[in-house]
Structure formats: structure tokens, C-alpha cells
Design a protein around this ligand. Structure first.
Ligand code: UTP
Length: 264
């Protein structure tokens, strides 16, 4: 059973500025909860016991939100539904740890910042921009990990013209989606397939070794896709075509669609 998860939250959220200037997008509502709490529900339902949030100084509101607040419980003690939600929030805060990324040096670097907390052989990595509704994607990844004893990423078929917006995988065959190549934002001409990596990863902690080998790219960022591409030369890696509905909460248009989906 996978017990630990990393949730990187230290990005700048530039695509949703100025709305993200003060309130991090992860705290925006989706249904009765924030985007981040929806992600946490997926984690806990999949058996995760220890969650590591990678934040920056600009994201201190996230830390504040998950800080225990007993005085609020006293104020609303006559409203049982709200009290229940607050108590639940206090309870889950025991399972969350925080680590800081000093500068937004890319997703790969954010994951490296959490290295010292990872104890088990495998851990989950969840990107809150990607919501998967209806089925628990983390559980689906865990099942494949158990069967194949290897790392797994969630994948989804995208339109040809969209491949240059995603990390894309090359596969050995369509039966079990064994991956033989990964590339970040390829051109339409050079893309190895139309299968895009979505923000759920179940990784062997050997990924840290490969992340450390990465040189910063043009914008000073360390890409996780490049590290995974090195890793799959050494060990097996599989894709998981998940069954739930994919919702993109990383852009304003995507967020509005997702909000409607949760509220109809
Ligand atoms: P994105 O590349 O989507 O960046 O990061 P972003 O900051 O969220 O949004 P835009 O593109 O500027 O609008 C994917 C995930 O990795 C985290 C982000 O918080 C997000 O969850 N991340 C990214 C970090 O934690 N640190 C980084 O340096 C970069």
C-alpha cells in the first residue's frame, strides 16, 4: 500500500493572474470544498497517511487554512454541518507536512524539495491543476503498481494539435501501455504518440537520483519528464488510462467548466 504523497503548490499560477495574485488557485472552491481538499479526498481514499505540501512564502494562506483552529469550532458549535467540516479539517491537518521551495524552479525541483520526507519505496505525486472526477485515479495507479511493481503515470489521449502542451509518452504496445520514451511538449511532427501525461504519478523514489542529474532548462526549471525519461532506461514504467472524467483547473476557462461540472 502506498502511504505517502507529495502535492506541489509552489508554482506562480501565472495563467490565472491577477485572480491568483492573493488567493492561490488551489484554494478556489469546487463544489463544497476547495480544489486542494478534493485532491486530499482522493489521497486519503486511496490509503495515503502522510501528505507533503511543497509551498512557497507567497502561498502562506494554504498553511493558514490547514492550521488547527479550535476557537472557530467554539463559535459555530450550534451549526452541526459546519462544525463537522471544521472538525474534519482539523483532523486531516495531522496528516499534512509543509516544505518550502525558495524559488519556482520547476516541478522537478519542487519534488526534490520533499525528498527528505519520503521513506517508502514508492510515493504518489498529485498535481492539483488536474481533477479526475468519478473514479479514484490514485487507486487505479496503485493497482497497476502492485501488479507490475513499477512506476506508473496517468495518461489520456489528446488531440494531435494539443500534444505540444503536454508531456507525451511513447509506448511499446497498446495492451499494457509500457512506456519507452517521454518528452515534454513535443512538436506535432516529432510527438511519439497522442498519449499525454496527466497530473497523477506513482513514482519509485529512485526518481530523486535522476532529478539530481537534471540541469536547469532555459527558464532555470528542472523538468520531471526529463528525469522520468532517464529513469525508464533503467526500470519499467507504465501508463494508466484512467476511467474518471478529467477536469483542467489550471486555466480560467478550465476552472469555470470544472466549477459547473461540480455544481450541476
Ligand atoms: P505549472 O507548470 O502548471 O505552473 O505547475 P503553475 O505555477 O501552477 O501555473 P502557471 O503555469 O504559472 O499558470 C504544475 C504544478 O507544479 C507546481 C505548481 O504549483 C503546480 O501544482 N510547481 C510548479 C511547483 O510547486 N514549483 C515550481 O517551481 C513549479
Amino acid at each position: 500500500m502506498i502511504k505517502q504523497a507529495i502535492i506541489p503548490l509552489a508554482g506562480l499560477g501565472t495563467r490565472m493572474l491577477p485572480l491568483t495574485k492573493v488567493l492561490p488557485k488551489e484554494m478556489w472552491p469546487l463544489g463544497y470544498k476547495s480544489i486542494l481538499e478534493n485532491i486530499l479526498d482522493e489521497c486519503f481514499d486511496a490509503g495515503i497517511e502522510d501528505v507533503i505540501f511543497v509551498i512557497s512564502k507567497n502561498k502562506h494562506l494554504i498553511k493558514q487554512y490547514f492550521k488547527k483552529n479550535k476557537s472557530l469550532e467554539n463559535i459555530i458549535k450550534n451549526k452541526p454541518d459546519i462544525l463537522k467540516s471544521l472538525k474534519y479539517l482539523n483532523k486531516i491537518s495531522n496528516k499534512i507536512r509543509f516544505v518550502y521551495q525558495d524559488k519556482p524552479r520547476g516541478l522537478g525541483h519542487a519534488v526534490l524539495c520533499a525528498e527528505r520526507f519520503i521513506e517508502s519505496k514508492y510515493f504518489l505525486l498529485l498535481l492539483p491543476d488536474d481533477i479526475i472526477k468519478g473514479k479514484n485515479c490514485s487507486k487505479e495507479l496503485s493497482k497497476i503498481n502492485k501488479k507490475k511493481n513499477s512506476s506508473v503515470v496517468a495518461i489520456r489521449k489528446v488531440k494531435k494539435k494539443e500534444v505540444n502542451r503536454y508531456g507525451i509518452i511513447g509506448i511499446e504496445n497498446n495492451n499494457d501501455f509500457k512506456i519507452n520514451y517521454m518528452v515534454e511538449k513535443p512538436s506535432i511532427k516529432t510527438s511519439p504518440s497522442q498519449y499525454a501525461i496527466i497530473g497523477r504519478y506513482l513514482l519509485n523514489k529512485s526518481i530523486f537520483k535522476f532529478l539530481k542529474k537534471q540541469k536547469s532548462g532555459r527558464l532555470g526549471e528542472i523538468q520531471i519528464t526529463d528525469a522520468m525519461n532517464l529513469m525508464l532506461k533503467d526500470e519499467n514504467f507504465y501508463g494508466c488510462r484512467f476511467r474518471g472524467k478529467y477536469l483542467d483547473c489550471g486555466t480560467i476557462e478550465g476552472y469555470i467548466k470544472s466549477f459547473k461540472e461540480f455544481n450541476n
